[in-house]
Design a protein around this ligand. Sequence first.
Ligand code: PLP
Length: 395
Amino acid sequence: MHKQDFPLLTNTPTVYLDSAASAQKPQSVLAAMDTFYRTYYANVHRGQCHIAAQATDLYERARRTIAAFIHAEPDTVVFTKSTTESINLVAAGYERLLRAGDEVLVCIAEHHANFVPWQQACLRSDATFKTFGITSDGTIDMADFNAQLSPRTKIVAVAQLGNVLGVANPVREIVAAAHAVGARVLVDGAQSCAHMPVNVKDLDCDFFAFSGHKLYGPTGIGVLYGKAEALSELPPYQFGGDMIRHVSVAETTFAEVPAKFEAGTPPFVEAVGLAAAVDYVQDIGMETIAEHEQNLTSLLCQGLSDIPGLTMLGDGSLKKGIVTFNVAGIHPADIAFALTQDNICVRVGHHCAMPVHARFHQDVSLRVSFGLYNEPADVATFLTSLHKTISLFGG
Ligand code: PLP
């Protein structure tokens, strides 16, 4: 679907099955950034000249586009450099807000970006870091979650869609339970925002983080949404230009959100590139993308089901665009190397999620992940190459 819009995929024979790591870029994103650099480039928020005013206008327009995409108000959307930075911003704030006896509750299946910052914030604040588990099909163990949740819980961190298991988590239910004990919830949307419609109002989450590069946008741009009151209780993350109201030798007062969290020159060309990516996926429709990727996922899981010795992490029927597995007796890196000979890109490793691999008694795995540009022919090419590889290894 729409492969022709992606120069890398039309200029090279690449079969790209690694979109969960980073997605390819459509022509419209490349053009938006190229036009910006060639026509309006000047630093935002500071200059008086006409191009600085145009650049600022485009940057703030990008904020409105991206806010509307997740159903948020523009002044609750902070630009960062990535999901990782968005989560670190919140965790660093909580490091100052948490007290001994407070608890932070994180799903065991989280990417390290939504795991380690919380673990470290707890270490530094004397709060307690706790995890809740998942069942063997890859869904959240809600009984465990509810058992761990208590009035001591100050924040819950969970992904909307896991980057290893590819299963959508019951975020609304988790948020409702967390709010009932007075805890806030941070949702990691790094994977979900490219694969399904996102509505932060409907989820009622307190924070939502995602990266531009997984959503067909550029690298170097991330988003942190926060409810106005949740963002305003956090201290600034970095200090410098643009985030102040007044500075004197005696003291500094800070600007309102979102400027309070956007110290220094922001990634404004990247923000405009991300807005172009959002326009692009919205023109196709997130529901259409979700349905297309679901069909590819079912096709792949069906093709993998008769391979002897194949162990999938989680239940294939629950997966959305991300399928992770191992084949007994063959290291996944050997499989990936063989697939590369057929120009097929997949990912091998722990996918920055060691705890969930430990949960499934695996060190590493091979991950196939789809983007909107993948086609059933890509699945067929992958399966043919995988079968060839397994037979080469004597399987
Ligand atoms: N969270 C999830 C679920 C991810 O899949 C990733 C990246 O793979 C991240 C967070 C980190 O994203 P980034 O490296 O763009 O900060």
